[in-house]
Design a binder for this molecule. Structure first.
Ligand code: AMP
Ligand code: MG
Length: 415
């Protein structure tokens, strides 16, 4: 009778087979051995996610949203680099968003790249995105322009690219991917909201724009990421008037600002490959609201600048407003470069879109702020593709938010 270990049980045969494979591999030269072992082990592990500092797997991510954050950061970084390349190759001098305008190409390209990454990592999740591929299906030369950009937008780090699922395979696949952003939204399940280029006008003039991505779970924003290529890298650089119009790409420009619910907000330089190290950000303490710097839209049609001036006067604010396009306003106050963001309805029937606010709302709240509509109600992201239960946006440090809302109500109520 042989000892049990030498009997031909299925587990002994399996162990013997593994030993033989390892023995065979050990005869290969060391340059081929490591990659082969990596390939072999990759079949046994859950998909590893590498960031610049940590390696985590799916199991630990479920509660912490670490995997969602990592994918979102890398996807936004890659898409933001695409928008920068469009600006350099096509955008300078163009002023409108027509059919084949640079912002259109950039919008489609960035949306395709972000959705491709989300689909690779989270194939079950729903997506609400601003664009659809109809125009690209009808216009071959526009499609080719976008395809060309998408093919060339790669992170300069192979493991980061791998994490995002690598390149899109064909123009046809790219169109289908773009159309995956057609979810109706709502208050149940996991839904990502994407604005591939928020702040169209800012993008065209070389000023502020943002690549925006938020994850909502049951209508609550859990993860938010903003790619801000034309904001200063330094969090402490004060907001200046020209920030909305400066030409892009000077050294020291470009940040990614992000947040996870319950874990605070962070900022990191916009990189080209793996993620740069992040650091946490907070809103600036504001003892007196009269010392505030407030931000508003450049576009007078998006936010009433007259009402904002009246509100500022009521609060004793003397500094002029800083006008900038996009969710860069949320990012700027979250890191203490400014204090308040006022978005005051111009047209009664306009409903805000969830992709214009999801990431920014979470980032400001995680940095110590309060974000509500003009009546003081929290933004409700569970109502579909729009914020149909809200009007306007008021974002401020917690300490002064109620005071700002009081001034907003008094100015808007007296009209
Ligand atoms: P901003 O850069 O802050 O001016 O906001 C840009 C966003 O404003 C765009 O992404 C549009 O979705 C949104 N928008 C368009 N029309 C209006 C409007 N009438 N009121 C408020 N926001 C609008
Ligand atoms: Mg937008």
């Amino acid at each position: 009778m042989l000892p049990r270990i030498f009997q031909k049980t299925p587990s002994t045969i399996f162990l013997l087979a593994i030993s033989l494979v390892i023995l065979a591999l050990s005869f290969l030269p060391s340059t081929t051995l490591l990659p082969r072992l990596r390939l072999l082990t990759s079949h046994f592990t859950l998909r590893p996610i590498s960031t610049s500092t940590t390696t985590v797997n799916n199991t630990t991510n479920m509660a912490s949203y670490a995997q969602e954050l990592n994918i979102a950061l890398l996807a936004v970084q890659r898409a933001t680099l695409l928008t920068k390349s469009v600006f350099h190759s096509h955008a300078k001098g163009t002023l409108s968003k027509n059919d084949a305008s640079p912002v259109t190409i950039g919008d489609f390209g960035a949306q395709a790249l972000i959705i491709a990454a989300l689909q690779h990592a989270f194939p079950q999740d729903a997506i609400v995105a601003e664009e659809e591929a109809k125009d690209l299906r009808e216009n071959e030369s526009l499609r080719d322009l976008v395809w060309d950009l998408v093919q060339n937008a790669k992170l300069a780090d192979s493991s980061a690219e791998e994490t995002l699922g690598g390149p899109i395979k064909s123009p046809a696949e790219m169109l289908d991917i773009i159309d995956k952003g057609d979810s109706a939204g709502g208050s149940s399940g996991r839904i990502w909201a994407i604005d591939p280029i928020d702040g169209t006008k800012g993008f065209l003039r070389g000023g502020q724009y943002a690549v925006c991505l938020g994850l909502m779970v049951d209508g609550d924003v859990k993860v938010g990421v903003l790619g801000l290529p034309n904001l200063p890298e330094s969090d402490s650089e004060p907001l200046v008037e020209g920030i909305g119009a400066e030409q892009t790409d000077a050294a020291g420009k470009g940040v990614i600002i992000s947040a996870v619910q319950g874990q605070g907000a962070a900022s990191r330089p916009l990189g080209k490959g793996a993620l740069a190290e992040g650091h946490s950000i907070q809103m600036k303490p504001l003892a007196n609201v009269s010392d505030a710097t407030f931000c508003e839209s450049v576009e007078a049609g998006h936010s009433s600048q007259g009402d904002a001036a009246d509100i500022a006067r009521k609060l004793g604010i003397t500094k002029p407003s800083v006008r900038m396009d996009s969710q860069a306003k949320y990012g700027s106050i979250a890191r203490g470069a400014g204090d308040l963001y006022l978005r005051l309805p111009v047209k009664k029937d306009y409903v805000e879109k969830i992709w214009d606010h999801a990431a920014g709302d979470l980032i400001v709240r995680e940095a110590g702020g309060e974000v509500t509509d003009v009546e003081g109600k929290r933004l409700d992201f569970g109502q579909g593709r729009t914020l149909k239960n809200n009007k306007g946006v008021i974002a401020a440090p917690k300490s002064v938010h109620a005071q700002v809302i009081e001034a907003v109500k008094s100015v808007l109520g007296s009209k």
